[in-house]
Every structure is written in C-alpha cells, then in structure tokens.
Design a protein. Structure first.
Length: 337
C-alpha cells in the first residue's frame, strides 16, 4: 500500500460520505475512518458503524480501545467488512477517551499498546498500524515516542503514523491539543533515521500539498514514507485533486472541483434513494470552492437549501451554477478592465 499521502481520522468529520467525496478527488490517497471504539464494534450496530462503499478503497479502520481481546475481535470484524488496514488510536486526547483508558493516555503504557497490537496483528491478515502522539503531559518525547514505537515493533508492527505534538491531557481541550503544543517534526524525522526499517508517516499541522512535498523531501538523508493531512484536506478539499499527480506520480490529469462533484453525484444519488438526507453529504463539500468567485453563495445554498424537505441534487446544481455565474462575471470584469 502506497502511504505517501493519507487523510487523518477525524471524529465527526471523516464519515463514509466524506470519504466517498474525497475519493472523487483522489484515487490514490489512503483514507481513514473516524475512530470507532472496539466495544461499539463488538456489541453495536456494525452496519451503521462500519459500513462503507467500495469506491472508498483503499480505506483503513481506526479503532479505539485498550483490551487486547476486544480489539482483536473488533479487528476481525473490520477485516471481514473489507477494510484494507486496522489502525489503533494512541493519540486522541479527549476526556471521553481518557476515561475509557485509550487514545493518547496509552502513551504512558507502551507495553499495553504492544499487547494490543500483537493481538490485532494475530487476528487479521491486513496491515495492523499505530497512530500516536510523541508523548503526553510531562513525558520526555524523545523517550516516550521511541518507547511506544519500539515496543510495538518488537511484536511485528511496522507502520507508524506520528502526530508530531505532545498531547496535554490536563489543561487543554481536544481542540487546543491540535494547535497549542508545539510541533516537533525533527523528532519524527529522527525516528525514521534511527529506525529506517519502519514505515513512518508524519501528521500534524501540514496545511498544503507544498508542505507535504517538503516533508517528503529527503535532502537531509531521511526519506519519510508518508504525510497525513487533516483539517487542510477537509476545509480545502480541492487541493486533493492534484494529489495523484504530485505525490503519487500518476499520469492522469488533475481533478477540478466541478469534476469532483460530477464524480460524487452517483454516490449522492444512491444514498438519497436509501433515505440519507442531503446535508449529511453536502456538508463535506462546503470548502470545495474555497477562494473562488461565488464560494460564499456555494456554501450558503448547500447549507440553507439542502435542509428542505425532499431536497435533492437540484440543490447541488444550483450551488454549482452560482459559482459558474460568479466566475463568468469575474472574467467579464477582467476583460473589461
């Protein structure tokens, strides 16, 4: 699996509709589910929690938990659903996660993380991977990151996605934990330099494909295996239309915003026929026209008109027309000048 670019698992954001939309922009980028807890997978509504469309491949399931037996069962279920990778969350700093003894607080228990990963690896034939922070609270990240990675590597885990920030579990909200602790990209590069046999993907604060390419540059002798985009891919998804060419070397042309919507339409039509409400799908598109004339009207139409009874793809068409008309007016003004 080529990991040069992936999109981060983001709670309440990267649901199945979001992933189908992102796939309309990039064929190669590895997509992740939002975190699903192992108990929910084992005991809950599996079709609702894990169901996805075949168009989403390659797609990884991210699990949360700290019970090796339960995680192994959830991983088996995930593999049976067709996921291409099972990933363990060792990075989420939310209070809800801490109370359940999983997420970032597991950085304090590398042995337990390794036990969990050993159980997952034994349960499935697809890759078992870890997404972690560089440490939590008063830990020394130069110790905590290597302790977690080495413990997992010792049980056969080879792929690590590292959010290059500490998680401050006391005193910062989950939102603040995405911005306040300083980034330490150098430590992630050091991990790859000193553990070259492992696959290391860098996550955290990457805001553009230019930055992603810079991180993948090996002029310092370190060749990272991948970069993971988070909010940038969500708030300005159009950048993903260049990803296959720029990061994967694909010979296919870039996908523009209009083409992405055309590609997403069959998926939206199928879900509407199943009773899914339009806003559940269009909310992921709001940033698609970012920076273009008519972007505000595009967002307004999708936000306001999609919630009406029986709203269908005609709302999307009106939003697209608003952008086309605004761009035409902009071009006319430019010619007149």
């Amino acid at each position: 699996m080529n990991r040069r670019l992936s999109i981060a698992p983001m709670m309440d954001w990267t649901d199945r509709h979001c992933r189908a939309f992102h796939r309309a922009l990039t064929a190669e980028t590895l997509l992740y589910t939002e975190m699903v807890t192992a108990p929910a997978v084992v005991h809950g509504d599996r079709d609702r929690l894990l169901g996805f469309d075949a168009v989403e491949h390659p797609v990884a399931l991210q699990l949360g938990g700290s019970d090796p037996v339960q995680l192994a069962e959830a991983a088996r279920i995930g593999e049976a659903f067709g996921y291409d990778e099972i990933n363990l969350n060792v990075g989420c700093p939310s209070d809800r996660v801490q109370s359940g003894r999983f997420g970032a607080c597991l950085m304090r228990e590398p042995g337990l993380v390794a036990d969990c990963m050993a159980a997952i690896r034994e349960a499935v034939s697809v890759p078992a991977t870890v997404k972690c922070r560089i440490g939590v609270d008063d830990q020394d990240p130069q110790v905590s990151l290597f302790a977690t990675v080495d413990a997992c590597a010792a049980v056969g885990i080879e792929v690590f996605i590292v959010h290059a920030r500490m998680a401050w579990l006391k005193g910062l909200s989950p939102k603040e934990n995405r911005d306040v602790p300083p980034l330490d990209y150098g430590l992630v590069r050091r991990l790859k330099r000193e553990r070259p046999h492992l696959s290391v993907t860098l996550n955290g604060g990457v805001a553009s494909l230019d930055e992603a390419e810079a991180h993948l540059d090996d002029s310092d002798g370190v060749r990272l295996d991948g970069v993971m985009l988070g909010r940038a891919a969500y708030h300005e998804p159009a950048i993903l239309g260049q990803a296959d060419r720029r990061l994967f070397g694909a010979a296919t042309p870039d996908v523009d915003a209009y083409q992405a919507i055309d590609r997403y339409r069959p998926y939206m039509a199928a879900r509407l026929a199943e009773g899914v409400h339009l806003p559940a799908m269009t909310r992921h598109m709001l940033g698609l026209m970012h920076g273009r004339p008519g972007a505000r009207a595009f967002r307004r139409i999708l936000t306001v008109e999609s919630i009406g009874p029986g709203a269908g793809l005609e709302v999307v068409d009106r939003a697209v027309d608003a952008v086309r008309e605004a761009e035409a007016r902009h071009e006319l003004r430019g010619e007149a000048a």
